[in-house]
Write a protein of this length. Structure first.
Length: 150
């Protein structure tokens, strides 16, 4: 699995909004400037997050974006799936090397490994909430079961 800039920036944008929940709507330009991300990219990602029901937008002079739900109710999997459109690309299905060998009708002993990997990745990402990422790195490491660096 490769984490693309779509997924990473999607998480950065969602986390930015989670940190600023009490500030009211935040513009995409403000997020881009504060996080040092390309503004056009941020706007596209926010649109994807809005379509997925993760963020909501408010129009007008004081408009912008905010979380559509509490950070506790949003998973990292949801954010990555919205920003990236998938959490794990089954390459044999989306970019088959050989249409016959990679078809669902064909017996492929490799495909179950990729399907299992996709399932496990989704399970891990589903278990981490946006609210978990509001903590400092040592606390996040502890919550996700990684050793805390000293």
């Amino acid at each position: 699995m490769r984490i693309t800039t779509w997924a990473e920036y999607g998480l950065i944008c969602a986390l930015h909004l989670a940190r600023r929940t009490d500030d009211g709507p935040v513009t995409g330009r403000d997020i881009a400037a504060r996080e040092r991300l390309p503004s056009d990219y941020v706007e596209q990602i926010l649109l994807r997050l809005r379509r997925a029901g993760i963020v909501q937008s408010t129009r007008g002079a004081k408009g912008g974006y905010g979380l559509a739900r509490p950070a506790e109710a949003i998973t990292v999997r949801e954010i990555i799936a919205a920003a990236e459109l998938v959490t794990f690309d089954l390459h044999c299905e989306t970019h088959p090397l050989d249409a016959e060998r990679c078809s669902q009708a064909c017996d492929c002993s490799i495909r179950p490994v990729w399907v299992m990997l996709q399932k496990r990745i989704d399970e891990v990402l589903e278990g981490v909430r946006l609210s978990d990422l509001l903590a400092a790195e040592p606390q996040v490491r502890e919550r996700v079961g990684l050793p805390v660096l000293t």
